[in-house]
Design a protein around this ligand. Structure first.
Ligand SMILES: [Mg+2]
Length: 179
């Protein structure tokens, strides 16, 4: 497929929307409105006891507060890892000495261009959080068992959080010889 046109229809501070057309040599055409996005870093902070730090904030699309892994947009010109460090400190006050990339994925590739990359952050030190003006974020540590129960019971419904936890349980622990 070849992108033949992309026209901006809307722009706001977090994303912009384009109307895109792609065609292949047979003339098959796809036309879609696309939510364009510079990508996000997601952080999975782990303490020495293997607990996971989640944040909770009100999410307008969900119409309620959600427990999630901390995450944030990558600024223009910023690396993924730099964004992860900055967002973790802003949202939770924690700084991590060790960072490891866990997985990268498209959030909803039918119409959203956002790609998320999850990092496991360990060797943490606490500090003051500095959230944005329109963010009110609480945070709490959860054990693996608590996370599993919350996912099974539908109390964690955020995709990046479920995916990050399950991928880490499946691949992350074993690599570190904990299983
Ligand atoms: Mg955030």
């Amino acid at each position: 497929m070849k992108l033949v046109s992309s026209r901006e229809r809307y722009r706001c501070p977090i994303f912009w929307v384009t109307e895109d057309v792609a065609v292949d040599p047979d003339g098959f055409e796809i036309r879609r409105s696309i939510v364009q996005h510079g990508g996000s870093a997601v952080m999975m902070p782990l303490d020495r006891r293997g607990r996971i730090l989640l944040v909770r904030q009100y999410r307008l699309p969900a119409r309620r507060r959600l427990w999630e892994l901390p995450a944030g947009r990558v600024d223009r010109g910023e690396s993924l890892l730099a964004a992860a460090r900055r967002e973790l400190a802003e949202e939770t006050g924690y700084r991590a000495r060790k960072w490891r990339k866990l997985i990268s994925f498209f959030v909803s590739p039918g119409y959203v261009a956002e790609r998320m990359t999850i990092f496991v952050a360990t060797d943490l030190t606490a500090g003051p959080a500095t959230p944005m003006e329109d963010e009110r974020i609480e945070h709490r540590w959860f054990t693996r068992r608590e996370m599993e129960a919350m996912i099974r019971k539908g109390r964690i419904v955020d995709a990046k959080t479920i995916l990050g936890f399950l991928v880490w349980e499946r691949y992350g622990l074993r690599r570190r010889g904990r299983r």
